[in-house]
Every structure is written in C-alpha cells, then in structure tokens.
Write a protein that binds this ligand. Structure first.
Ligand SMILES: [Zn+2]
Length: 385
C-alpha cells in the first residue's frame, strides 16, 4: 500500500514540471500529466522512480520528455479536487462557456491550476514546435476500484496508432461521455493523447504499472530505445487481467450521478466484470439502479467524489475497427446526409433525429470517425474529428 505519509513526502517539494529530460531537439516530445486528481499519487511516484534511474545511468535521448504535475492544491491535501474536478473543466479553453467559477463569483481553485498547466503546455510547445518531429501527450490516473491497467483514448486514427503499441485493453470514445477532460483539450489542439489508468489508487502495483507504462511510452514514442528484455519485462508488468482481452472497447452506457453523497455502488464490482442486463448495481437516493444493458462494468464509483457513477462497455469486433480505419478518408461522408433522420447542421457536423433514424445510423457515424454527442432525448450531434 502507498501510505499517506509517503504522499506527503512526495508532494512536499512539488513544482509544476516535476521532471524533464531534453535530448535530440529534432526528435519527438513526450508530455506526461501526473496527479491531475489529488488522491492519485501513483503517477508521481512512477515519474520519481524514472528520474532517479535517469540520474543513475545515462541513456541516449532521441527526443525530450516533460512530466507536468496536475492539481497541486489537492495533492497537498490528498483529495480528488478542492472546488471542481480538474479533469472536467477544459472545455472553457475552446468554448465561450465559462464553467470555471465555483459558487457564482469566485474562480475555483482548479481554474487557477488549469491556467498554470495550460501555460506550461504552451511554453513546452513554443520551445519545441519548430523542430520536434512529433508531440505525444499522456495523462496518468488510478481508479477507486480494483482494476487491471487500461488505456482511454478519444477515437482518432492517430491516437489508435500509438495506443495499439501497448498490450492492454483500450477504451474508445471516452470524450463522448465525459466532457472537459485534459485529453480532449490536447486532442482538440491537434495532438495525440492517451489516458493511462494503472489500478487502484493506493496499490503499490499501480506505481509499478505507471512506471512500466512510462518506459514503454518513451520507447514507443521514439524518445529512448529499450533493450528487448526491458521491453518484454515492462509489457508483462502492465498486462495481466485474466478474462479481459487486450482489445478495443466501446462505451454503451454512462450513469451520471448528480450527488455522489446519495449514490452507493453495491460492493464487490471490479472494473471489467461481466454483468447481465437488470443486474442490481447501485442505490441512488434510496432507489435501486439496475444495469440497462449487458456488458462489462467500467469505473464503478467507490468514492464520494465525482459524478460518473459507472459505465458499461463491450468489446468492439476487430473487423469493425479495421473497416472504420479504411473508411475514414473515403467519399462516404458525402452520402451521410441521405441517411434517414440525418440532417446537415454545418460544415463540421450533422444532426440525427432518433425518432426517424434507423438502427446502425449512430454506428455508421462512429465508423466514419465522427464524435457522437447527445443533444437531447431525441437528437444526436455528430462532429467530424
Ligand atoms: Zn483520475
């Protein structure tokens, strides 16, 4: 177990860029976020382990790496956040909608954190933009329930290409259900971005897996070159969930919770557990919540912070993945407006009237790489990514 005592030591000398190593200026740049949630210290511990190893033995750096610390205030206190979830407020930077103010007037503590993080990203980009061959972002997290390691990604072909180098489950399209994440912000700037979830918050194995993921990320991005034995060792370390194939998963259902104090998961659910439709899952305001679909339970909420109660996911057939990669740049986009219930909203988006649209219309938009978001009960909006 990671102890809170350790956490204090970890956070006492905190600064925004916790570690950086600069090598070949024309190489790729990896930017890793750690501690975006203040009760998730595993990523920070992992970065410290790697920086120590870099200090002990020099490695050839074919690019550069930066580890950027997230919620400094919340890390100090060991809580997920102070006023607002730092991983839900990033829409403010690409929309006019200011969701950053807590209780009406005062900016949330996290707004200030997000400004500093944004400035740090801007500085790194400005420094390397002219000469770097590529930028790859990653965001390191842990979960409140036991879990194997997995990757979260917004479903773009560029993200898939880097993500598929890691032999662990990959969950596509998180941005359609969870809005305002740092990863979405980075994706919308036009860069590749992966989320890595290492396991339960205070398990020692979460530090080990985060460390292995970082070594693999540096290798897969081309910043360092691992020896073959190292590669196998780190891949083995992040793998290892029996009964959970390392394939792509899509989100079928997202249980949004208004007040986490009044939401209670039934005990014993582990991430990726199979559940049948109508399985009792949780209580909300004293009412029993059952699974609306059959699938696998995903990120069940076993803490009193956060609004995502649980999600239900399922494997995406491999052929569908390949087909979609094939079709994304094809002429088929021009035919979408002829589907039943589909109308053109503007150059970048379509609207789907669910009262008219037939089965598979939503899947067709996914196949062609659109982001599908619910506007209201009867309408979906599909954005071209
Ligand atoms: Zn987190």
């Amino acid at each position: 177990m990671l102890k809170t005592d350790n956490l204090k030591i970890i956070t006492s000398d905190i600064k925004r860029v916790r570690w950086s190593a600069e090598g070949k200026i024309t190489g790729p740049v990896v930017i890793v976020f750690i501690g975006i949630h203040g009760n998730e210290p595993a990523g920070i511990a992992a970065v410290d382990l790697i920086s120590e190893q870099f200090n002990r033995q020099s490695r050839e750096l074919l690019g550069s790496v930066y580890a950027v610390t997230g919620n400094l205030g919340a890390l100090e206190k060991g809580v997920r956040y102070i006023d607002a979830d730092l991983n839900r407020i990033w829409e403010v930077f690409y929309s006019q909608k200011d969701i950053s103010r807590a209780n009406g007037s005062k900016h949330s503590a996290e707004y200030t954190e997000s400004i500093e993080i944004k400035n740090t990203i801007d500085q790194i980009l400005a420094k390397h933009k002219k000469r770097a061959s590529d930028f790859i972002f990653a965001d390191l997290h842990t979960t409140s329930s036991q879990s194997c390691a997995f990757i979260l990604l917004n479903d773009t072909l560029a993200n898939r290409e880097i993500a598929r180098k890691f032999p662990i489950p990959q969950i596509l399209g998180i941005e359609e259900n969870i809005h305002g994440t740092l990863l979405s912000y980075v994706n919308n700037l036009g860069y590749k971005a992966l989320g890595f979830e290492a396991g339960a918050h205070f398990d020692e194995i979460s530090v080990k897996r985060s460390e292995a993921f970082l070594w693999l990320l540096l290798h897969n991005a081309g910043v360092i070159e691992l020896e073959r034995e190292e590669l196998i060792q780190y891949e083995n370390r992040i793998q290892g969930c029996t009964g959970v194939p390392d394939t792509y998963y899509e989100i079928l259902y997202h249980k949004w919770v208004v007040d986490p104090e009044k939401f209670e998961m039934m005990s014993g659910f582990k991430n990726f557990d199979h559940i049948e439709r109508d399985t009792p899952i949780a209580y909300e305001n004293g009412r029993l919540i059952k699974a609306p679909v059959t699938g696998r339970i995903f990120m069940p909420l076993y803490q009193k912070r956060g609004n995502d109660g649980f999600l239900i996911i399922r494997e995406v057939p491999e052929f569908w993945i390949e087909l979609s990669a094939h079709f994304r740049n094809s002429f088929l986009h021009r035919l979408l407006k002829f589907l039943p219930g589909v109308s053109v909203a503007n150059r970048q988006s379509f609207e789907i009237d669910l009262r008219i649209a037939r089965f598979l219309v939503k899947d067709i938009f996914h196949l062609l790489g659109y982001q599908v978001i619910e506007k209201d009960e009867n309408t979906l909006i599909c954005y071209k990514r």
